[in-house]
Design a protein around this ligand. Sequence first.
Ligand SMILES: Nc1nc(=O)c2c([nH]1)NC[C@@H]1CN(c3ccc(C(=O)N[C@@H](CCC(=O)O)C(=O)O)cc3)C=[N+]21
Length: 294
Amino acid sequence: MTILDGKKVSNQIKEEIAVEVAKMRERGEKVPHLAAVIVGNDGASLTYVGSKVKSCEKVGFESTLVQLPSTTSEQELLNKIEELNKDENIDGFIVQLPLPDQIDTQRVLLAVDPDKDVDGFHPTNFGKMALDMSTFIPATPFGILELLERYNVETKGKHTVVIGRSHIVGRPMSILMGRKGWPGNSTVTLTHSHTKNITQIISQADIVISALGVPNFLKAEMVKDDAVVIDVGITRVPDDTKAKGYYITGDVDFENVSKKASFITPVPGGVGPMTIAMLLKNTLLARERHRSKK
Ligand SMILES: Nc1nc(=O)c2c([nH]1)NC[C@@H]1CN(c3ccc(C(=O)N[C@@H](CCC(=O)O)C(=O)O)cc3)C=[N+]21
């Protein structure tokens, strides 16, 4: 069994990006600038955005954190997005999800300039991804592909079962694993809350990608021997004995599933850190594209 060490690989990727940024500086070029917009003060969202900003500093990017109150109206957020779209200094930005109820997420995602959409959530970019055109691939699926690639995991002809059809993980992952090339060329089954015989389907999977958010959902008896197991679930479980008052767990019963799997991602330290590294990679790409356009 091999652990797909997202922490380690994400640090390697950040080092590679830092080298590129240092070259940009030496050439006297502008370095990439990422902005993150967060509405409200959800604890987990603040943690993620905080680590995105910290990672920017680590690789030498410029970063801007835009914090708006939870009472922000949709129009106020759209105005902020327009400002970021027009700001020549900003190469890419993200609007952290989920957004408060008074804001229509679809309208917000449509307002982001596709050339600055480093999350890859705009329909233009999502469509390009599905059509194998060059674009920004959503960071979490991109991170999973990168892990499979760096650990030389065979995906061709394999049966990949994706659990969960969210717009930011399950849906794009199902498209990417079935694309031509590697990592891809897989036969994909996308499962969700209305899937019948889900345990039977999972038992046939060579590769399982669980993006459900239900702790301990995936148990050892559900996966076949030597399966590749990717755990995208991240749940904070309240626990008074921990310093932070909670611990983090994935969808997978790691202790037992890891005994059966050929490759497996841990939580924490798996897909999460890869997500951040790939967001930085997309931002570097955005900078390079903006430069070559001028
Ligand atoms: N517009 C937008 N883009 C996103 O990419 C996006 C988003 N909204 N909303 C929420 C999800 C979730 N997400 C994570 C990123 C890093 C970790 C991460 O680094 N996790 C650490 C643990 C961090 C902790 O202490 O909670 C780990 O797994 O090791 C987790 C989750 C990005 N998302």
